[in-house]
Design a protein around this ligand. Structure first.
Ligand code: UTP
Length: 291
């Protein structure tokens, strides 16, 4: 299928992170550590592995540390070099953006995820783009966003990353309403339901934090009023666009860690530490001793 490539990703990082306060009082949620690096470092790594060439961060007040994280720390780098700590120095340098690879746009007030994505409209322009929720780490053999882009290359339109959850859990999530067979990884959609009461969910496919959207979402967002929680919701604009364009849900392979709440953040730390070649054994011993 001949269509424009997904080159850009929007990372909305302007939220208040109230579920993990007081940790997020002075540190942006997206810079909280998982094992030994910020959550955001995992997200950018995933985006790069998926071929993203331009990351658009939607930041807000007191989020300046995010821009600083993706820049040189001259004194620190000099000290590490002087002390011969070359491995960690190389790791820091390898993560820095190429010139022009990152843009930062300001959301003046946290009016909702939909509003945050809309703030990126001029930088995205007239091309399909990814949205990566920067508090969701997906531990996957093939980068989660790469899996989505591969699926997008075959069906086009708009794609929403989903994760199957037990029926008893569906009431906690936004859930996909399939328009046909929902047994394979790629499912045509006719709608979404936010937190369906137990027993009423149209599927067990929960919306997970990775999207590929067409630029026609922006006019939908522009006219979107406040939705659930008094916020401008991305899901409302997607529902409006669904009347005009195809949407598919795509069940990616991988383990999803929602680092936006306390237990999810703890689970991410434990899960990813256990998998690390250099730390796994020691982590297992420490955790076992605690249990
Ligand atoms: P969340 O709802 O998970 O983040 O939004 P939050 O609002 O920061 O968290 P809580 O509920 O208060 O704990 C998902 C992502 O969207 C961003 C957040 O920074 C988060 O990474 N976001 C949310 C914005 O950029 N702007 C907003 O207005 C809302």
């Amino acid at each position: 299928m001949s269509q424009k490539r997904v080159r850009k990703a929007v990372l909305p990082v302007a939220g208040l992170g109230t579920r993990v306060l007081p940790g997020t009082k002075t540190t942006p949620k997206e810079l909280l550590n998982v094992v030994d690096r910020p959550i955001l470092s995992y997200i950018v790594e995933e985006g790069r592995a998926a071929g993203i060439e331009h990351f658009v961060f939607v930041t807000g007040r007191s989020k300046g540390a995010i821009e600083d994280y993706f820049d040189h720390q001259v004194e620190l780098e000099a000290q590490l070099a002087a002390k011969g700590k070359t491995a960690i120095l190389e790791q820091l340098l390898a993560e820095l953006p190429k010139p022009g690879e990152m843009s930062f746009v300001r959301q003046m007030a946290p009016l909702g995820l939909g509003h945050a994505v809309w703030c990126a409209r001029d930088i995205i322009g007239d091309e399909p783009f990814a949205v990566m929720l920067p508090d969701v780490i997906v531990d996957a053999e093939t980068a989660c966003l790469k899996q989505l882009i591969d699926a997008y290359d075959s069906v086009g339109g708009n794609l929403i990353g989903v994760e199957p959850v037990p029926d008893s859990e569906c009431h906690k999530y936004g859930v996909v309403d399939p328009s046909g067979d929902a047994s394979g990884p790629l499912v045509a959609m006719k709608g979404m339901v936010e937190k369906p009461p137990t027993g009423t969910a149209p599927s067990n496919l929960s919306i997970a934090g990775r999207y590929i959207l067409q630029p026609e979402i922006f006019p939908m967002l522009a006219k979107q009023g406040k939705g659930a929680g008094g916020e401008i919701q991305l899901t409302d604009a997607m529902a409006a666009l669904m009347g005009e364009q195809a949407f598919h849900a795509f069940a990616y392979q991988g383990v999803t860690h929602d680092c936006g709440d306390k237990i999810g953040l703890l689970r991410a730390n434990v899960g990813l530490a256990l998998k690390r070649a250099d730390l796994g054994e020691a982590a297992r011993a420490a955790i076992t001793a605690l249990l």
